[in-house]
Design a protein around this ligand. Sequence first.
Ligand code: S6P
Ligand code: ZN
Length: 212
Amino acid sequence: MDGNTGDAEIDHDAAVFVASRPFQVMLDFAAGSLTPFSGSFVRHLSDMASSYEDQEAVKKVLASGDDPVIYKSYYPDVPKQPRHMAFLTTTIEPGTVGSEFHMTRGHHHYRDSAELYVGMFGEGIMIMESRQGDFVQEELVARALIYVPPGWAHRTVNTGSGPLSFLAAYFGDAGHDYGSIDKTGFSRRVYRGDDGPQVRRPESIARAEDQL
Ligand code: S6P
Ligand code: ZN
């Protein structure tokens, strides 16, 4: 058996496996970024205006000419293929839109698969909801690991007074389904309350349920 090709002779997945080489990047625990990174994206309020409950508050901010950065992500070049592991850092700026804390857009993965979150700095809450409607919230702080099982939509919310930064690792071929969350939203939202963050059903949903 040829040492260079022997595995390929018995690896029936080889046709879909994109070869790549090991690499190292540095996690910047102060800036919440990767060095070096291959790509990055920024989501401004206008990129996710419909995600927030208080549409009057969204319109007011955007009409003032402001379009604040809500979060920024950095990622390395990992093939979007089975058996690879993609990862990226995200830093959410502090603040609220109306009384709802800054948050990520939130998504399911097209291919239901697990994801691991690692808190780097700041204070936040991750809300997660299964396709069956089960809801779980977990605190995301420095050194917290949050395991998101396959089939659970997830959104991260910055409830602190400074930036919230974390690393997330997921399957290369997981894909991101934003459409279903854009359409139905999560059953709970995270609001600034007098005594700290409140995770509760939006008023509109609570009212509709009261009438049932
Ligand atoms: C990727 C993982 C996170 C988010 C990031 C931005 O699967 O869950 O890295 O991509 O926090 O959130 P979103 O909802 O805009 O992708
Ligand atoms: Zn994800």
